[in-house]
Design a protein around this ligand. Structure first.
Ligand code: PEP
Ligand code: MN
Length: 369
């Protein structure tokens, strides 16, 4: 199903909004001092325009800290007047929407667990009818692009045009280096389907560890994401939630100075010429790769016929192991990563097996008739 989203460009959300959009703030509101001190630390850097803050925290398990609740809305009013920062909070119910809007919150975001549930999304969207406020939609916990798009569509249908997606990675059951697997390809697919939809990366929830946040943030910028949402706490070690992944305002400042903010294009003629030449080369190599794959497949088919005529099975373990090993060795000599070659060959091999199995089945049916 293809649809379009009616989106207002980020630059028109608030006067003077910079891009990429930089959002930072604590995972959760703990007490007034923590909120105010963190906000001042962030505002002082001079690059952040929106303060994020979880007031009502949807924690995985009960009995853990669930945010300061309604009271924190008053702290945000103070922060706004003292720092000039815009404010963003997470909403998970219609009541949250009502309270946040009444308290003058500037931006709302919908968390990963909420995006996963279309009933909740619909209720929040209904509560937003007639309200002109930006809404950021985090990806669902599981890598389901349709669910993510569905949530964006529900808000858009409720009249929200200041709409953006937030890429925060996907839950891995197995232990992994990162807390959530980025699966960048999903964010890229979303961008190709809706080129005018801003996508903001949340490197903190992807990384799960403060030391990995800059690396993920840089990767997001390299992929031309439209902004970053970063968890920042005045004293990360003492944070009541997500302590491992939060960074201090000073660490944020250092990171922002070190990140390379690339533009998506350049007007420099020399650059454009050079890029064009290199892209021509890539186009030509891709063309050759596809022709070679087609040639390879013709031989695979020939082998399929041959196996059939000699009553030999399609899959030959020894041969496959040899292929894998020799190609990985060859790739290594040429500076290519083992895993990359392995993935590529598995893809090629899978299709070869499918083709040969087709040949065998087709012939079987004919001879049975
Ligand atoms: C958060 O932003 O603090 C949060 C709860 O994130 P997520 O919904 O991505 O888990
Ligand atoms: Mn968090």
């Amino acid at each position: 199903m293809t649809t379009t989203l009616n989106i207002l460009p980020l630059s028109d959300w608030f006067p003077g909004l910079n891009q990429p959009l930089l959002i930072a703030g604590p995972c959760s509101a703990e007490c007034e001092e923590q909120v105010v001190e963190t906000a001042h630390g962030i505002a002082k850097i001079g690059k952040i325009q929106i303060l994020r803050l979880g007031i009502w925290k949807p924690r995985s398990r009960p009995g853990t800290f669930e945010g300061a609740g309604d009271e924190a809305l008053q702290w945000l009013k103070r922060v706004k007047t003292e720092t000039g920062l815009l404010t963003a909070v997470e909403v998970a119910t219609a009541v949250h929407v009502e309270k946040a809007v009444a308290a003058g919150i500037d931006v709302l975001w919908v968390g990963a667990r909420t995006t996963s549930n279309p009933f909740s999304v619909e209720q929040i969207a209904q509560a937003l009818l007639g309200i002109n406020i930006p809404v950021l939609v985090k990806n669902p916990v599981n890598p389901d692009l349709e669910l993510w798009i569905g949530a964006l569509e529900r808000f858009n249908r409720a009249g929200i045009v200041k709409l953006a997606a937030v890429h925060r990675g996907f839950y891995p059951y197995e232990r992994s280096r990162l807390r959530n697997i980025p699966k960048w390809e999903l964010a890229i697919d979303l961008k190709s389907k809706f080129p005018n939809l801003p996508i903001i990366c949340d490197p903190s929830h992807i990384a799960g560890n403060a030391s990995l946040v800059p690396e993920i943030a840089q990767k997001a910028l390299n992929l031309s994401m439209d902004g970053l949402m970063i968890e920042v706490h005045r004293n990360p070690f003492l944070a009541f939630s997500d302590a491992k992944q939060q960074i201090s305002p000073l660490q944020l400042e250092i990171m922002l100075n070190e990140l390379v903010f690339r533009s998506t294009s350049s007007q420099n003629v020399e650059f454009i010429d050079k890029l064009e030449q290199l892209r021509d080369k890539i186009d030509s190599i891709d063309q050759q790769m596809i022709e070679l794959l087609a040639q390879r497949m013709r031989i695979v088919e020939e082998i399929g016929e041959y196996k059939k005529n000699n009553n030999v099975s399609v899959f030959q373990l020894r041969r496959w192991e040899n292929i894998l090993k020799s190609r990985i060795d060859c790739g290594k000599r040429l500076g290519l990563d083992d895993e990359y070659i392995k993935d590529l060959l598995q893809l090629v091999h899978k299709e070869s097996i499918r083709k040969q199995a087709d040949i065998l089945n087709r012939k079987d049916k004919l001879s049975a008739e």
